[in-house]
Write a protein that binds this ligand. Structure first.
Ligand SMILES: [Zn+2]
Length: 153
């Protein structure tokens, strides 16, 4: 994986740690935000339907998944039940603004069953795109949908 990518990941990790600690002073928060996909070999990338020459195959992309493990509650929410940003103690708008400043390309995905993840990379292209149930979708529409579903706040 690219060192530059790891530095950018660290920016998000530090922000998430600081933010969740502020919001959940009483809890020992283990994980607020996790990496769902980083480097993929070309074969695995193909198997999961990734784009050919995806930045994931070049070690330049990270997909963020949102996983909550908080003590003493021991809440463990898996991808079948994504925590909302409110659950995580994070503000979606602040996260979105941070990744916009930190990465060159952002992809927001809401899948069926309200599961979601966020793609980020440090490739040459600079843009934000969105996908709703596998179909391209305007970013503003996807964010509005995420807020309606209670995923984003
Ligand atoms: Zn990705």
């Amino acid at each position: 994986m690219s060192n530059l990518l790891l530095q950018r990941v660290e920016v998000v990790r530090e922000w998430a740690n600081a933010t969740t600690k502020l919001k959940y002073g009483g809890y020992d928060r283990e994980i607020g935000i996790g990496i769902g996909s980083g480097y993929r070999c070309p074969r695995h990338n193909q198997e999961i339907g990734g784009y050919t020459n995806s930045y994931h195959t070049q070690g330049l992309a990270i997909d963020w998944r949102f996983i909550l493990l908080a003590r003493p509650l021991d809440i463990w929410k898996t991808e079948n039940h994504n925590p909302t940003f409110k659950d995580l103690g994070l503000e979606f708008d602040a996260f979105y603004s941070l990744i916009g400043k930190t990465f060159s390309q952002i992809g927001l995905y809401i899948l069926d069953n309200n599961r979601y993840f966020v793609h980020t990379d440090i490739g040459f292209q600079s843009r934000v795109f969105a996908s709703l149930n596998g179909e391209p979708c305007p970013v503003e529409v996807l964010i509005k949908k995420g807020k309606e579903l209670g995923i984003f706040n």
